[in-house]
Write a protein that binds this ligand. Sequence first.
Ligand SMILES: C[S@@+](CC[C@H](N)C(=O)[O-])C[C@H]1O[C@@H](n2cnc3c(N)ncnc32)[C@H](O)[C@@H]1O
Length: 196
Amino acid sequence: MKDDRIELASQRDLDQVYEPAEDSHLLAETAREYVGTDDLVLEVGTGSAYVATALATTGAEVVATDVNPMACREAYEAGLSTVRANLVEPFRDHCFDVVAFNPPYLPTDPDHEFDDWMERALSGGEDGRAVIDPFLATVRRVLVDDGVVLLLVSSLTDIDAVRASAAAGGLTAREVAEESHPFERLVVLELRPDDP
Ligand SMILES: C[S@@+](CC[C@H](N)C(=O)[O-])C[C@H]1O[C@@H](n2cnc3c(N)ncnc32)[C@H](O)[C@@H]1O
């Protein structure tokens, strides 16, 4: 009986944490190329900790964050330094060499928003940029001057609008990886401070 309850509880958690998909894989493979052994790396929105775990195989120190407490538990159980946080809020200025984020980016009709953790993993609000824009407005603060952000975005999210938000946050964007799928093009943007 007790074992059944544990089984049900962990199943429920899995339903509330984003499963790694094509976007996770593209970000992990691309971001790994940017990480050096001595770097301090932040993954924002770690979900199942797939990307953070891939980055940690480089030998770098990786911090994983998420707003979802069940995602934080998965990252912690995977052996990562884990902080429950909204975006980069709790971190000191100029401390990370690399920041990676696969954000919620799907444009979603507000009348069809669900109030659960999976919705928070997927939904980027009406224009798809409800989480991306505040991230881009604040991430420069926690980057070292020669640091880099790797941000996964989709053609569904209006990549030019994302570039404009990045510029407003003091970052210059460059497309460094892409993958086409039937309904969208996935892109990794490399973002670097334009006033290092
Ligand atoms: C698309 S999922 C990506 C999960 C994982 N990184 C991957 O690539 O498989 C987006 C993740 O961002 C988290 N998230 C959403 N809003 C956030 C916020 N304001 N601060 C931190 N994490 C957030 C979600 O809980 C979810 O785990």
